[in-house]
Design a protein around this ligand. Structure first.
Ligand SMILES: NC(=O)CC[C@H](N)C(=O)O
Length: 389
């Protein structure tokens, strides 16, 4: 990028800079650091959601990524104890336009910047996030280092080398880093629009959810749809899953490259399919179901992250406005016989849903649990759980 580009002021540290995004290209975008000090290397993506920054930061699917928020005011409703998709943030850091202000919300229990600091996550403010987003759209998601030093001391050469030395998300199994170690009964209850968070275990058909990095709201929505949920580690074997006597198996969302996680997930999913087990997959889970059925996945030049992505349901042409967060996708041209496309993105035509014909196994690339986002696709939880009864 030329030095005249308004995003980059060159490699000399400007006087006011306490934070920076150092791209693998060598370009440096200066700003003001907040949250934890230090640096982290990952892929820079952007998310267009206007609300839900705490859900985004805690979504385990963001492991290995630095999130640019296109909405300019991030942090102004603080943090609370409920709107979390995992107990700690998983995104490596965030890039925002405006400085974080004092929280103004009746549910707030603290400041966003302090929460990031307490959890070892870095923030970078004062960035022209529109220009950065345009750059990502045109050139693809770059590998980069996000850095924060209150004294404004940065060893740029070392940080460029760190960005260049990182292998990137392709080929990376991150599910093993974010999954749980033990099998747990989910007792975090349901969540309902207008009612809020509940408690409890749920009754009804038993769903075993394989945790590749699950968002809590998926488990809440399964309970809401009438399921009792048990969550198992990503590496659980077929025998371990079957010993729990599931009525259906859920394949969760998660970070990293589905093909890499597939090395241990695919054989288990194939055994479950052979046993005629009903299966529902979301995002990474959908990609793994596609791989297990013989399709291929690929990294997208342009990922989808936001809360207003239109998707067409092919069975009846209905359009669902969906939440999305993915940088890989199942290749629609690779679907083998017996696998049918069910949903397609109206932004770029990429495959957004599939089902295995003659079996009760389906997946969607998008997030029916929203969190943040619209609830148009919540019927998928209902139809999965109803089908198990
Ligand atoms: N939210 C997810 O499950 C993401 C899946 C996968 N890691 C991707 O980026 O496409």
């Amino acid at each position: 990028m030329a030095q005249s580009d308004p995003l980059c002021a060159g490699n000399r540290v400007p006087e006011t800079a306490t934070g920076a995004l150092i791209l693998a290209s060598g370009d440096v975008i200066w700003g003001r650091g907040f949250g934890a000090e230090g640096h982290a290397v990952g892929e820079v993506c952007f998310n267009t959601s206007m609300t839900g920054y705490q859900e985004v930061m805690t979504d385990p699917s963001y492991a290995g990524q630095i999130v640019t928020f296109t909405f300019p005011h991030i942090g102004n409703v603080g943090v609370n104890e409920e709107d979390v998709e995992a107990d700690t943030p998983h995104a490596l850091g965030c890039i925002v336009r405006e400085d974080v202000t004092a929280p103004s919300n009746f549910r707030s229990v603290g400041r966003f910047d302090e929460w990031l600091k307490d959890n070892g996550r870095i923030g970078l403010a004062g960035i022209d996030t529109r220009a950065l987003t345009r750059r990502i759209r045109e050139q693809g998601a770059p590998n980069a280092v996000i850095a924060h030093n209150a004294q404004g001391r940065f060893d740029i050469d070392a940080l460029v080398a760190a960005a260049r030395g990182w292998s990137g998300l392709e080929g990376l199994d991150l599910a093993k880093d974010v999954t749980r170690e033990e099998t747990d009964g989910w007792n975090g209850g349901p969540w309902q629009l207008g009612v809020g968070y509940g408690q409890g275990v749920g009754e009804g058909p038993h769903v075993v959810a394989i945790d590749y990095g699950t968002k809590k709201n998926i488990l809440r929505r399964l309970v809401n749809a009438g399921a009792r949920v048990t969550v198992v580690p990503a590496t659980a074997s077929y025998d371990e899953i079957m010993a729990l006597k599931p009525d259906g198996v859920f394949l969760s969302n998660g970070p990293g490259d589905p093909a890499a996680t597939g090395s241990y997930a695919i054989p288990v999913i194939r055994q479950l399919l052979d046993a005629q087990m009903p299966i529902f997959g979301i995002c990474l889970g959908h990609q793994l179901l596609g791989l297990a059925a013989g399709a291929k996945t690929a990294k997208m030049f342009q990922g989808h992250r936001g809360a207003n992505h239109p998707v067409k349901r092919l069975s009846d042409g209905r359009v669902e406005i969906t939440a999305m967060n993915h940088g890989f996708a199942v290749d629609a041209d690779s679907l083998p016989e017996g696998v049918k496309a069910t949903h397609v993105s109206l932004f770029d035509g990429t495959l957004c849903g599939l089902e295995l014909t003659g079996r009760r196994a389906f997946g969607v690339q998008y997030h029916p649990e929203a969190s943040p986002g619209p609830m148009d696709s919540d019927y998928l939880f209902q139809s999965f759980v109803r089908g198990l009864a």
